[in-house]
Design a protein around this ligand. Sequence first.
Ligand code: HEC
Length: 451
Amino acid sequence: MNWTFAIFAVTTVTTIGVVSSGARSDSPKSSKPAIKVPAKPTYATDVAKIINDRCVECHRPGEVGPFSLVKFEDAKKWSQMIAATTSSRRMPPWKAKEGYGSFKHENRLSETEIATLKAWADQGAPRGAKDKEPKPPTFSGGEWTLGKPDAIIEPERAYNLAPEGEDVYRNFVIPTDFKEPRFVRAIDVKPGNSKVVHHVIMFLDERGASEKLAAATTDGQPGYIGQGGGVGFIPSGSLGGWAPGIRASYLSEGTAYRINPGTRLVMQVHYHKSGKPEVDKTRVALYFSKEAPEREMKLNWIFNFGVNIPAGEKAYKMRKEYVYREDVTIHQTMPHMHLLGRDMKSWFELPDGTVKPLVHVDDWDFNWQLNYALKEPLKLPKGTKQIVEATYDNSSNNPHNPNNPPKRVTWGEETTDEMFLMVTAYTFDNPDAAGNARRGRLQSLLQRLRR
Ligand code: HEC
C-alpha cells in the first residue's frame, strides 16, 4: 500500500474583515435571523462594505479570484454574478455547516447581506453617493502577511509546466541544515505563478526517501512526480499547506510543529495547466518559535481504506472511529475526499456520554479543501471517541463524477479514485503522554498497514 496523498492542506483559513456567524438574530425567539434589506441599496452605503470585507481579499489584482472587485466599476460589471454566486453560497467559499462547530475566520455572509447584494443587482447596481464609499482595505504592505519570516525555502530551480494535459503533482525536495530541532509556529506560501498553482502541501521526510526519488528523475526538471500523484513515501509529518482562500496564521498559542535536524522538506505543488507553457517557483516562509513550545502539534489521520463505491450508488456511506488514549486538546481539522464525496461530518463522544461537534461539510467541493481552525481549542478527556462519517455520490447526478457512465470506485490516490480521510491537529495535555502515545500510535499504524 502506498501511503501518500495527492492533496491535503493543513493550515488555517483566514479572511479579512468582520467575522460573522451569519445568524444575527434580532429576536431571541426566532430561529431564522431577521432579514432587513435596505429598500434601495447602493454601492456606497451598503454593498462596498460587504465586498471589501468578504471578497476583495481574493478578488484583487494578483490574487486567486478570477477578477478584481476592488472598484465600483468592477462590482457593477459583475453584479448579477455576485448576486447569483452569493445566493447559492458558492461565494465566499466557506464549506462548514453553520452552527456545527465554531471556527476562526469564518467567512459566511448573513441572509441580510445576501439579500442586499441581490436587491442591489436587481435594481441595476446603483453607485449612490461616491463620497460616502468606504475605502477598500489595504493589505499589509510587506510581501508576507505575518512579517519577516525566519526562513524562506524554495526549490533549487523553477519548474516548467507543459501547456496542456493532465494536472501535475510535483514534489520538490528542499534539504535543511538546522543543527537543532526547529519549531514551526506558522508557514506562508507564495505561489510563484498563481495561474497554475492549485494547492501546495509541505511534507517532512526524515529518512531521505524523497532525495532518492528526485535523483532517479530524468526529465531534467527539479523534483519528482510520485506514484499516483502522491509523494511516494510515508511522510514523517506535515507542516500544512496552502489552497485558494488560505492565508497564513499562527497555530494556537504555545503549540508548534517540530522539524528534526536533517529533515528534508518536501513541497508538493498541484498544477493545473493553463493552455500556455508556464514557469513556477513557489516559495514558503517559515516562522519558528524561539523556544520549544509547551506542546508539539500532532496530526491524527483517520482513514478508511475500505472505500468501494458501486457504480450508480447515490448515497454510499462510510464511518470510522478513533479513541484518544490520553487527554488531548483539539486545534484544527481538515476533511479530505475526492470528486464523489458529498458530505463529511465528525464529532466527539466523551466517556460521560457528552457529544461535541467538530465539523460538518455538507456540500463538499474538491476545489475548496479548507482547514477548519476551532475558535476555541477543545479539551477532551482520554477515552473520547472521534467519529467520522462520509457520504459519496457515484451516480450520474453528481456533476463532479469523473466517470460517465459511472464506474465502481475504490480507495486510491488519483483524483478519480476516492478517499476517506480526516486529519485532525491536536496536542497532548500531559507532556509525558506524547512518548506513550507515540508507541501506541506506531503499533496501531503497523496494524493498519498489515490489514
Ligand atoms: C478565498 C478566496 C475567495 C473569496 C473570499 C471570494 N472569492 Fe469569488 N472566486 C474565487 C476563485 C478562486 C474563483 C474562481 C473559481 C471558482 O469559481 O470557484 C472565484 C469566482 C467567483 C465568481 C465567478 C463565478 C463563475 O461562475 O465564474 C464570482 C461572481 C465571485 N467569485 C464572487 C465573489 C464574491 C461576491 C465574493 C464575496 C462575497 C467572493 N467571490 C469571495 C475566490 C474567492
